[in-house]
Design a protein around this ligand. Structure first.
Ligand code: 13P
Length: 252
């Protein structure tokens, strides 16, 4: 039987004023049961991370970044490094989100560098993979996900997945209200785990693979009961405490 602890992580993207975010953090903290089996984390915009740290310290909710620089420090205007995120108590950092890949030109090699930079300072990378609609329509889903995984595996090895989380986020399901069916998601999750298992079965069995893409309170249950879906990476629905908490409870 699986011993993977479910993880529900909120990716706030570029949303929230200081006041709204304080209320959201308070709401999540208040609604979290201390007996929660699932691990819960939020990833606010950089500038709100100190607020998250202040509000969540000592609670059951962890926090993380949405991105990081591949460099530790230096002349990189506008960037935030892994050591800075650690300094503010981050546990996680999202790497390779499809919005970073498509809007900011992050390729597989850059994503692999960021993954390594995160682990070098003890952050747990949440490595995002996923195909576009066009790639799915021409049956390239597995090829795309395999390529995205293999670049990281090639550079950092299977052992690095002991301290990493994978998130399968089909690009066509992100922010569209179009969720992958439980079957579609499970098929890709199983494929991802088998890709890891080909290198090391034990690591593959312990690696958490999250689903992301229009997950909400209403559809979380059926997705989260799939055998290879170990939690969710939540965008829009993580901006409302009650909706996010409903997903967290479904993961329990
Ligand atoms: P939505 O839940 O808004 O579709 O976003 C998913 C996502 O991109 C999480 O990283």
């Amino acid at each position: 039987m699986t011993k993977r602890r479910p993880l529900v992580a909120g990716n706030w993207k570029m949303n929230g004023s200081r006041t709204e975010s304080a209320a959201l953090l308070d709401g999540i903290k208040k609604g979290m049961s201390s007996a929660s089996k699932a691990e819960v984390a939020v990833c606010p915009p950089y500038i709100l991370i100190p607020l998250a740290a202040e509000k969540l310290v000592g609670s059951a909710v962890a926090w993380g970044g949405q991105n990081l620089s591949a460099h530790e420090s230096g002349a990189y205007t506008g960037e935030i490094s892994g050591p800075m995120l650690r300094d503010y108590g981050c546990t996680y950092v999202i790497v390779g989100h499809s919005e970073r890949r498509t809007l900011y030109g992050e390729n597989d090699a850059m994503v692999a560098e960021k993954y390594g930079a995160a682990q070098a300072v003890g952050l747990i990378p949440i490595l995002c993979v996923g195909e576009t609609l066009q790639e799915r329509e021409v049956n390239r889903t597995e090829a795309v996900v395999a390529r995205q995984l293999d670049v990281v595996l090639g550079k950092h090895g299977i052992g690095s997945f002991r301290n990493a989380v994978v998130a399968y986020e089909p690009v066509w399901a992100i922010g569209t209200g179009k969720t992958a069916t439980p079957r579609q998601a499970q098929d890709v999750h199983r494929f991802i785990r088998s890709r890891l298992a080909a290198r090391d079965k034990t690591v593959a069995e312990s690696t958490r693979i999250l689903y992301g893409g229009s997950m909400k309170g209403g559809n979380a249950g059926e997705l989260l009961t799939q055998p290879d879906i170990d939690g969710g990476l939540i965008g829009g629905a993580s901006l409302q405490a009650e909706e996010f908490l409903t997903i967290c409870r479904a993961a329990d």
